[in-house]
Write a protein that binds this ligand. Structure first.
Ligand code: PLP
Length: 373
């Protein structure tokens, strides 16, 4: 008899999700206006400690919209980490600018402020700091580098709902922040995204661009070419229900993280994401690193062994500077991305979701141990 399949991620829709979605459908408000859009935007701003939150169709479009709003364009450079989801860099290219990759810090696997400093040129306009796997980047140091060079900073908090940096929430730590609500994220509506910020002028600009460039004073008169990046009332109904349980869901995941750390402690060659003393990471998917010499088998071999045991895992993001759309530009420019390379090659994510029992975690941990020496 084969053991039950353990997927990497599963949404937790056990609260008012169904009731609110049904309510949205029965009301007839299924497009991008309605009470759930308003409620979500107000609640999410509160959750992030910002004045304003704007719902957007997905996290990638939130990045694109933020860069448009910040006025990034052809000839500009934006400094980004290479160890991130490809959307972070793609959005920079969407607006005609060039992503410049900076290495990550061994202390937290997020973009390194010293590496940012070295990557700045006269063309640099801003920095996208990714809170990788839910761990906040060192925002005070990044903001200090940015303000010394008059750059904006955008947080990519797609994986970091509820993370704290020195007690302040992710989403409130820079010029603006973006979130994703994709199916495997901590707070989810299947597809969805948001931008959080305090600046009302920038928010007005983002709203205009989100809604086809329509004049807010005159319907169907357009001031410029905008986009349709609006999120639906149905998706926002899901998000309202998710936010009601955000604390509870984060606590469930934190318990899973603690259990993995306990059950995998002292396994030679298995490493964890270091947690800075100023950070309370958002527990997204549990990351480990595999030192093949010490552990006795490679990351990829371990993933294959777990797959044989019905356990789904995922490797860390392959570094963007080695991906086809970015490799040539990076080879020309060069730069030291050695930490990125090392962490990306050895890292993998373990299953993390509310319905995962402690016995399941035990099964995953036992399968990891069994694959080592
Ligand atoms: C998920 C993710 C995104 C993109 O979000 P989508 O909603 O899937 O478009 C962007 N950046 C990071 C770091 C992500 O993990």
């Amino acid at each position: 008899m084969s053991a039950r399949f353990i997927p990497l991620a599963e949404p937790d829709l056990s609260g008012n999700e169904e009731a609110y979605v049904t309510d949205a459908i029965r009301s007839g408000w299924i497009s991008s206006t309605g009470k759930y859009v308003d409620r979500f935007e107000a609640t999410f701003a509160q959750f992030c400690g910002t004045k304003i939150a704007l719902s957007v169709v997905n996290g990638t479009c939130a990045l694109h919209l933020a860069l448009l709003g910040l006025g990034v364009g052809v000839g500009d450079e934006v400094i980004v980490p290479s160890l991130t989801y490809i959307a972070t860099a793609n959005a920079v290219r969407y607006v005609g600018a060039e992503p410049v990759f900076a290495d990550i810090d061994t202390a937290n696997w997020c973009i390194d402020p010293t590496a940012i400093q070295k990557a700045i040129t006269p063309k640099t306009k801003g920095i996208i700091a990714v809170h990788l796997y839910g761990h906040p980047a060192d925002m005070d140091a990044i903001n200090a580098v940015a303000s010394a060079h008059s750059l904006w900073v955008l947080e990519d908090a797609a994986e970091a709902h509820g993370a704290l940096y020195k007690g302040r929430p992710a989403g409130s730590l820079a010029t603006a922040a973006i979130f994703s609500f994709y199916g495997n994220k901590i707070v989810s509506s299947g597809e969805g995204g948001a931008i959080t910020l305090d600046d009302p002028a920038l928010a007005a600009r983002l709203k205009l661009l989100r809604g086809q460039g329509m004049d807010p004073e005159r319907r169907y008169h357009f001031l410029e070419i905008g986009y349709n990046f609006r999120l639906t009332n149905v998706a926002c109904a899901l998000l309202c229900a998710q936010l009601e349980r955000a604390e509870e869901m984060a606590a469930n995941r934190a318990a899973i993280f603690a259990s993995y750390r306990e059950k995998l402690a002292n396994v030679p060659g298995i490493g964890f994401q270091p947690v800075a003393d100023w950070a309370r990471p958002a527990p997204w998917l549990f990351p480990i690193t595999v030192d093949d010499e010490l552990f006795g088998c490679s990351r990829d071999a371990l993933m294959a062994r777990l797959a044989d045991n019905g356990i789904e895992t995922r490797p860390f993001f392959p570094p963007l500077h080695l991906q086809r759309p970015y490799a040539a530009a990076w080879r020309k420019r060069g730069g030291d991305l050695s930490v990125t390379k090392r962490i990306a090659q050895t890292g993998m994510l373990l299953p993390t979701y509310a319905a995962l029992s402690d016995a399941d975690i035990g099964r995953v941990a036992a399968a990891v141990r069994a694959a080592g020496r």
